[in-house]
Design a protein around this ligand. Sequence first.
Ligand SMILES: Cc1cc2nc3c(=O)[nH]c(=O)nc-3n(C[C@H](O)[C@H](O)[C@H](O)COP(=O)(O)O)c2cc1C
Length: 180
Amino acid sequence: MKILVAYASAQGSTKEIAERISTRIPPSIGSTDCRTIGGIGQVNDYDAIIVGSAIHSGAWLPEATDFIHKHSEALSKRPLWAFSVGMADALPSIFRKKGAELEEAKMADAVSHDVHPKSHKLFSGVVQPELMPGILRTIFRVFGGRFGDLRDWSDIEKWVDEEIVGDLKGDGSAQVDVNA
Ligand SMILES: Cc1cc2nc3c(=O)[nH]c(=O)nc-3n(C[C@H](O)[C@H](O)[C@H](O)COP(=O)(O)O)c2cc1C
């Protein structure tokens, strides 16, 4: 089986998450290609696809949204998983849980209009203070927001193991007829 991990990343943290997802899938399941969305012409060679994007201004990066629209027919015929990378874990602690729930639901809904991922997962990425406007940065800090590399690698690996590897091993979805 051939598996594609496709990602859209502005600053690189989503790229590294995609690479970790790709290497976490054992060779016994199949071979994986980890590729930036901008360089992908077609997906017909793949039997299963994982697609993810950084979140900017409450939405996936435009190239990731375009990828879903453009390939919706092919993506609908293959096992598909989606992930989003934002900054929920950077929020002040009292907003963190609720903020993550709201953002996860919003991104899952947005990605499910044209296609139907088996699951969608929200991860936190790297939050760089210099990319936040000065006044907002100050307010964010005052109210307990935090910056830095907030990626939870064990959570990322758990998602891959349980949702993707478990599925591809277990329920025969790897045998989906992509030419049907
Ligand atoms: C201009 C800009 C806008 C952002 N907007 C959001 C947002 O709306 N929601 C969110 O959760 N994170 C937001 N973030 C945080 C990024 O999603 C986060 O830093 C992520 O790790 C970026 O991934 P990348 O390194 O692959 O580009 C934003 C970051 C930038 C620079």
